[in-house]
Design a protein around this ligand. Structure first.
Ligand code: SF4
Ligand code: SF4
Length: 240
């Protein structure tokens, strides 16, 4: 594939995604992360050298209500908006991108917008955050969320894996620095406060099981599986 064709295909995919609501778009070179992709999702997924990453910004009014994260109305509204409205939209953008790659003669594998594998594993087959980070769209913060400079963690991500030799972005440096706002705000102290500045097991920065227990309890008491304080509280993305 010539350089000009790579740019043309990348530009076409970006226009497609942004014309239907994506705010963020980037291409990740996955080759430096091949080992950890294989460990999480297996050899089939690890064979893809590129990921197309796209992000949909959540409405401030919905995220700001998460400061009342024990209130049934706030949690129900967030959960419904993120899971029932935004996730299907992300999957549909991923489908459009995958169809376009397929028509251009390349392989394309859609990573579902939200997925858990197995009964006990609290993760999907592939990390959307990893793709967005390697594409240069943000960094993985102390909250284990993908943080963008402008919208913080208030973005939901979609990913299409491909063998198209698209021109990739450069990963962004971590910018949490001395901030510990999410570490101190989490009701179950799920974050260790370690920066994600080098590849390390997720358990070293985030006790996913503690968060999962908390949101499961929320489901028992108020009927919705959500908390989201770490999304609301991050100074990146807060307008005031
Ligand atoms: S969603 Fe709530 S409980 Fe879970 S990690 Fe974030 S702040 Fe902690
Ligand atoms: S709240 Fe602070 S430490 Fe946590 S992810 Fe945001 S910037 Fe990083």
């Amino acid at each position: 594939m010539k350089d000009r064709d790579k740019v043309n295909l990348g530009g076409k995919l970006e226009s497609l995604a942004k014309n239907v609501g994506a705010t963020y778009f980037g291409i990740a070179d996955l080759t430096p992360a091949r080992q950890c992709i294989s460990e999480q999702g297996g050899e089939f997924l690890a064979q893809f050298p590129r990921a197309v990453s796209h992000g949909f910004v959540l409405m401030d009014s919905i995220v700001n209500a998460l400061r009342y994260h024990s209130d049934a109305a706030a949690i129900h509204t967030y959960w419904y908006h993120a899971h029932q409205i935004v996730n299907p939209r992300i999957d549909s953008i991923s489908l459009m991108l995958a169809q376009s790659l397929d028509k251009a003669g390349f392989q394309a594998f859609i990573v579902p917008s939200s997925q858990r594998v197995g009964k006990t594993r609290l993760a999907g087959v592939f990390s959307h955050k990893l793709a967005a980070h390697l594409a240069g769209l943000g960094w993985i913060g102390k909250s284990a969320l993908l943080i963008t400079p402008k919208h913080g963690p208030r973005v939901r991500w979609g990913t299409v894996l491909t063998d198209a030799p698209l021109e990739a972005g450069m990963p962004m440096d971590e910018m949490c620095q001395d901030c510990r706002v999410c570490v101190e705000a989490c009701p179950v102290h799920a974050f260790t406060g370690q920066a994600f500045d080098r590849p390390r097991p997720r358990s070293e920065i985030f006790a996913a099981e503690a968060c999962d227990r908390y949101v499961s309890d929320q489901e028992q008491t108020i009927g919705a599986r959500a908390c989201g304080m770490c999304i609301y509280i991050c100074p990146f993305g807060q307008k005031n």
